[in-house]
Design a protein around this ligand. Structure first.
Ligand code: AMP
Ligand code: MG
Length: 409
């Protein structure tokens, strides 16, 4: 294999790929279309929230010095302030206001006594007995405790979960600036392939295209299926030449060193600059990455599990970078190996495991068949266990790095 370059370590391959990606142009979208996407710019508070000191409890707004002496203390009740209402009178010594959660504090009040710590005064209907002292600020939500106008509320690159969107909505901000979604073309290659809606005969059903399209969508991209190209240089080249206007073009299969592996040649013929080919990883060694203009080309291996694993470890981070996420690396957690593993050094293995929580630790058990073609172990896997390139064994009970899979239901 004189033309096969040295294998790139996984981390270096990912760093090179990410180096080719930058956040796409910004669009403003309604909050519910921004869920899971990242902010394209810092967002500043437009309003001070809460806008006024207000009550954290249903109870009585008091002057704290009135309730600092021996208890109980009898106070005269003036007005009642509801959420949405406005106090009209300043508290004078010896008086209080009945107040509901979220209602603005009357001027002069600096504390709230919750209703459960009071008793109505049977002989004096306009009074209440306060049973507990309340220091200044007690059960008061001060003006601006959540946000002051002009504060940086959320930084660029922050993923928008439900609370982040709630924070923006509370500011009266319904539209959110996010990088637009990447447009991703997905092409399958192979003479043996047929579509899932065709009678398969003795052919192989193209599962990569629909599976990768779902992975793209789950990662926040917009997939377009380009169909199946047969194993000739011309067919692959023709199919790829139709892939105009995409941010990313994903192919599967035909990137290895087989006689019918034409993806690399086709990319070269189309003027795609190859950045790397072949990564020190199993499954997924033949991965190829190139670029032309603003479009990234990623040739994934053909075995369905290999293409999903390499999607997870390389393509998903790249899509996250295009989507403007600050944090793009695959997530990792520490677990412990149940059983033992061995291999020859040279390739990092990403072993399909099921991980379960037991006695305060995550125990990862390798699944039966780990060959690249086996889909059942991909279906059962919850995590990929990283068995580092330079190691040849991992012993029972060792601490291991686990990548939670985004493809699980
Ligand atoms: P290749 O990389 O072309 O050598 O393909 C590796 C293996 O993956 C072969 O067994 C192919 O039949 C299989 N394969 C390739 N593409 C697909 C696909 N789209 N769906 C399912 N299996 C595939
Ligand atoms: Mg093939």
């Amino acid at each position: 294999m004189s033309d096969a370059p040295a294998l790139l370590p996984v981390e270096e391959a990912r760093a090179r790929l990410l180096g080719l990606c930058a956040p796409l142009p910004t669009e403003w979208v309604p909050g519910d279309d921004a869920l899971g996407r990242a902010l394209a710019e810092d967002v500043h508070a437009r309003r001070t929230l809460p806008p006024w000191d207000n009550s954290a409890m249903d109870g009585y707004a008091v002057r704290s010095q009135d309730v600092a002496g021996p208890l109980p203390v009898r106070l005269t009740v003036g007005e009642t302030v509801f959420a949405g209402g406005h106090p009209t009178r300043e508290l004078t010594p010896g008086t209080c206001a009945r107040i509901m959660t979220g209602a603005p504090l009357p001027p002069g009040a600096d504390a709230v006594v919750m209703r459960e710590r009071t008793r109505s005064a049977p002989d004096a209907p306009d009074a209440v007995d306060i049973l507990e002292a309340a220091g200044p600020g007690s059960f008061v939500r001060p003006r601006g405790e959540d946000a002051k106008e002009g504060d940086v509320l959320l930084r660029r690159g922050t993923p928008l979960g439900i609370p982040e969107l709630a924070l923006l909505w509370a500011q009266g901000q319904g539209a959110v600036p996010v990088p637009r979604r990447p447009r991703v073309a997905v092409l399958s290659t192979g003479d043996e392939l047929c579509r899932v809606d065709e009678p398969p005969g003795d052919g192989i059903v193209d599962v990569n295209a629909p599976a990768l399209a779902l992975a793209v969508r789950r990662a926040g991209g917009v997939p377009t299926l380009l169909g199946i190209a047969r194993d000739t240089r011309e067919a692959v080249q023709e199919a790829l030449s139709r892939a105009e206007g995409f941010d990313v073009v994903l192919t599967s299969a035909g990137v290895s060193v087989g006689d019918h592996d034409f993806v690399k040649d086709a990319l070269e013929a189309l003027g795609v600059k190859r950045h790397f080919w072949r990564v020190a990883i199993k499954p997924g060694k033949p991965l190829v990455v190139g670029q032309r203009g603003g479009a990234l080309f990623v040739g994934l291996p053909g075995n369905p599990t290999s293409s999903l694993v390499t999607f997870e470890l390389f393509v998903r981070p790249a899509l996250r970078r295009l989507l403007g996420h600050a944090d793009v690396e695959p997530p990792r957690v520490t677990g412990r190996l149940e059983g033992s593993l061995s291999k020859a050094p040279g390739l990092a293995h990403f072993v399909r495991v099921t991980a379960t929580w037991r006695a305060g630790e995550l125990w990862a058990k390798p699944l039966g068949t780990q060959t690249s073609g086996a889909l059942r172990s991909a279906a059962a896997a919850t995590h990929l266990l990283h068995f580092p390139r330079e190691l040849s064994s991992v012993t029972d009970g060792s601490h291991v790095e686990l990548v939670p899979l985004s493809w699980v239901a």
